[in-house]
Design a protein around this ligand. Structure first.
Ligand SMILES: [Zn+2]
Length: 475
């Protein structure tokens, strides 16, 4: 076969092969491949060659010549782009399950805010984000967009685990864990940018909590700072009916109209949630090129409502998928999120054709990458793109038999089916085990934190301590 004519090759086989050394060369062999979520066709896989942090060749024919360097056998598996979680609050894994099944204001005011006020320091953010990053890596998420406080520590955790991260410093008009006085957020944000680690995996950004906790001046100053530093600005927008009513009461317009009036909408702005949107607001999002992050499981759990995702897609709006934080989801499984998003869309529209499997896969890969301004580098597998690749084990009872791999990925697969994960050319998960950090130590420290929190909040039974007790009995 003429290698230069291969549809997935880059036509420069010999020149690339001549420049690769075995030390920085990783070859994925065998299995099936789904390289481009924009055209999700699964085909038999030959070889995919990673050189350093880049994909050098994608699905070239099997050839003995290609088998040097480290070989990762992907027999029985599907090779696909890493998943992109476009919105979470990683540090909140330490508050997962502390309280559930409550109204949002009770949940926040009785449990989450008191716990954050006392504990959400740098160590909390470092440990909680590391725990979330391990969970995401094991589940095939290779890039995440994180929004919280003390975000240098989130960046540090991402780099340690080996995940790609868009790390957004939180902004509030009320006292925050890392900005004690209202208005001090600007100094905090400047310090965040100044101290941000120089690492190709992480990118700094800003995260205004919402139009109801960030006034017009704060939103505009954050926008100006983000634009000056070529960084993204995120905000929760139109998450609840209460928010819509409150913004109308304060400013006389709905949330997206309010943001449009302030000049916030546009390519560098990412609107998270977009649950309660009027038609004219969807038009504003479309005209301005604003991306929306859909977090269906958090929206369902907090009874916020169902975002009109199909209508957003029909208007050409980029929709990315996100888990939201682990305290309101309560896991970081983007496979589950794809399935939930599809089921929710079909239910609310009474249309089984709403949000197809292909559309959902795009929201978790290439469209999420586009929302983060990174679709030229990640979100699909092509020569010259960064090597963010996952390998999904298809030899599972719930994935057997298989008529359509795309159907299985969206409707049947689970995070735990991910076997290998490669980020920036580096294997960070191999055979379902994280290779970059000591995950047992991270889990142990998370249980120790929970023991202290149980005492603070008057939670009677410390189940983490009970688990530790069991473990000591049998070691
Ligand atoms: Zn959120």
């Amino acid at each position: 076969m003429d290698r230069k004519a291969h549809p997935c090759g880059d036509g420069t086989w010999n020149s690339i092969m001549a420049t690769l050394s075995d030390a920085d060369r990783l070859v994925l062999a065998n299995g099936l491949i789904l390289a481009d979520p924009a055209r999700p066709v699964t085909v038999p896989h030959g070889r995919t060659v990673i050189s350093g942090d880049m994909l050098a060749q994608v699905n070239v024919p099997r050839d003995d010549e290609a088998l040097h360097g480290k070989i990762l056998d992907c027999s029985g598996c599907l090779i696909m782009p890493g998943l992109v979680n476009a919105h979470t609050h990683g540090a909140m894994s330490l508050l997962r399950g502390v309280a559930d099944d409550l109204p949002l204001d009770t949940w926040l005011n009785k449990y989450i805010f008191p716990a954050e006020a006392k504990h959400a320091g740098p160590d909390f953010v470092h440990l909680g984000t590391a725990l979330s990053a391990v969970e995401m890596a094991l589940g095939g998420i290779t890039t995440f967009a994180d929004g919280y406080f003390h975000m240098e520590m989130s960046a540090r955790a991402a780099v340690e685990v080996g995940l790609r991260g868009v790390i957004a410093q939180g902004i509030l008009d009320v006292p925050a864990p890392d900005a004690a006085t209202p208005g001090s957020w600007l100094d905090r944000a400047r310090a965040f940018f100044d101290g941000f680690p120089h690492d190709p995996l992480v990118h700094p950004a800003l995260f205004c909590h919402s139009p109801y906790l960030c006034g017009p001046e704060t939103l505009q100053r954050a926008r100006d700072l983000a634009r000056r530093l070529d960084a993204l600005l995120f905000s929760h927008v139109s998450e609840t009916r209460w928010e819509t009513d409150e913004i109308k009461r304060r400013y006389g317009s709905r949330p997206v109209e309010h943001l449009n009036n302030l000049g916030i909408l546009g390519k560098g702005f990412v609107a998270v949630h977009g649950v309660h949107l009027a038609d004219k607001e969807m038009e504003l999002l479309a005209e301005s090129g604003t991306a929306v992050v859909h977090c269906p499981e958090s929206n369902m759990k907090l009874a916020s409502g169902a975002a009109p995702v199909q209508k957003l897609l029909d208007r050409g709006i980029t929709v990315a998928l996100g888990t939201d934080g682990p305290a309101s989801n309560n896991n970081l499984d983007l496979f589950e999120e794809m399935r939930s998003a599809s089921l929710m869309a079909k239910l609310i529209s009474s249309d089984p054709e709403a949000l197809s499997a292909g559309a959902l896969l795009r929201t978790a890969t290439i469209d999420a990458a586009r929302a983060l301004g990174m679709d030229d580098r990640i979100g699909s597998l092509a020569p010259g793109k960064l090597a963010d690749v996952i390998v999904v084990d298809l030899d599972r009872p719930h994935l057997t038999p298989m008529y359509d791999p795309l159907s299985h990925i969206v409707y049947a697969a689970r995070a735990s089916d991910v076997k290998h994960v490669i980020v920036n050319g580096r294997i960070i998960v191999e055979n379902h085990r994280i290779k970059t950090v000591d995950d047992r130590d991270i889990k142990q420290r998370a249980r120790a934190f929970a023991s202290a929190l149980c005492k603070d909040l008057g939670i009677e039974t410390d189940f983490g301590a009970l688990l530790n007790h069991d473990r000591q009995d049998y070691v």
